[in-house]
Design a protein around this ligand. Sequence first.
Ligand code: C2E
Ligand code: CA
Ligand code: CA
Ligand code: CA
Length: 279
Amino acid sequence: AKRLGRNQINVYAGAPDDYDPERLALENALRQALRDEQLELHYQPQVDLAQGRIVGVEALLRWQHPTLGRIPPDRFIPIAEETGLIVPIGDWVLRRAIEQAADWQRAGLPPVRVAVNLSARQLLQPDLARRIEQMLASAGLDPRLLGVEVTESMLIANFDQAVQHLEALRALGVEISLDDFGTGYSSLSYLRRLPVDLIKIDRSLVPDVTAPADDVSITRAIITMAHQLRMRVLAEGVECEGQAALLASHQCDQIQGYWCSAAVPAAALEAMLRDSRDS
Ligand code: C2E
Ligand code: CA
Ligand code: CA
Ligand code: CA
């Protein structure tokens, strides 16, 4: 990988080599990060188009390394997955997000559901659903204010167990979202067998106003199909008003993206919720 300068690591380097000292350094740094509380959650609003208000937020991991600076999740999550570090990190994310949601409730802010990304490894933990239930109970959070996001590809390793976890969580009231829909090998027959409340259309499939009619047809077909399966639909990566209006005209339920807001620290999100309540 490319050197940026002395003692600096190019965190945007490409695929790992068999022996990659930078990757190893990053793995060790990540262990340290978990111990030293260098990890933080930011929150990106999810806006309901019919209600015109924030109904949820997605919790997104941020890592601020003391000397390397900000390291993007696309760089460190894969390493965390391979090394198994994603399990303690994922636990930390769940606990932090649940406590945050409970704090917001106690502060009297309008109810927002906090959605957490799960990883394949977490779904392989036999006690995942039970642990989440315990976290909810100890924080005193209504399970309906928690969501989990999973992708189809991460369910494959142990489909039956993954579905059991999702069903157990859903029975508690936790919302289940299918993330990055439309990428990878989506199988429609599969979708019927999954306990899913919300489909998140990947931003690569979210058309803008200049998109060819065929692109819009695909989006519209996904929305129609989801509604027939009694699922709601969220479009990701919405960056302009035109996209939002187009999606609204096709009965898309929710949007998320820079047009509403990027992911922001908890305090900034709180201010947004306060403003929306007071206006
Ligand atoms: P994702 O789950 O698909 O998250 C959405 C990503 O799209 C986020 O990138 C978000 O910042 C970005 N995004 C949001 N709005 C827009 C937009 O309007 N335009 C564009 N171009 N991008 C937008 P981020 O935060 O870099 O996260 C990347 C990925 O890292 C996430 O993709 C997710 O797969 C993973 N990730 C993040 N936090 C966690 C976590 O706590 N646990 C696990 N397992 N994975 C996580
Ligand atoms: Ca996600
Ligand atoms: Ca996504
Ligand atoms: Ca993703």
